[in-house]
Design a protein around this ligand. Sequence first.
Ligand code: CA
Length: 222
Amino acid sequence: MRILVVEDDPLLGDALQAGLKQAGQATDWVRDGVAALHALDAEPYAAVVLDLGLPRLSGMDVLRRLRSQANPIPVLILTARDTVEDRIQGLDTGADDYLIKPFDMGELNARLRALVRRASGAPTPVLHAAGIELDPATYRVSFRGQPVELSAREFAVLHALMLNAGRTLSRAQIEEQLYAWGEEIESNVVEVHIHHLRRKLSPDLIRTVRGVGYLLPRDVPA
Ligand code: CA
């Protein structure tokens, strides 16, 4: 998953980016509200972690702008203690969840997983599609009941396909989930990961949609 962090405090922003990366999320960090809107226009993020007190454009204004454009992206706001009014206003403006500073990185990661899962329409934390079971919290994957060992990036590719099971994802859409800004993208990286996934799972499970991308069906014949 690719996450956008919007936070003007350098220490907190740095800690957020490090903590999210450690949990395997490709994470971009911007420090003001205007940069946040530009980033959200340009990249397909799975969720946004949004501070409210920001230079140039407040977090509340960013949120208002997103929702007025009918952008459904999950938003988790960060608020100070003793600002219950901010939390109420944030939720009423279209935030999906909030955390009060200081917060625990494990809790932030768990809340983001829950937001992304709900946005994808998946009813349970563990994803199921095409005989595969994938647990975003423990990074465990199994196929037809057998555990499968995946690298962090193979896991990220499979996670993206499973969140979109039954829909075709382009190579670029998958790539965008794997890399944050400034990270060098290796050529053919998606093809290589798909090749490994097919070898580890089953050769014809992930379908190539010629000229478009890749598709994982919701169900496969037994
Ligand atoms: Ca701030």
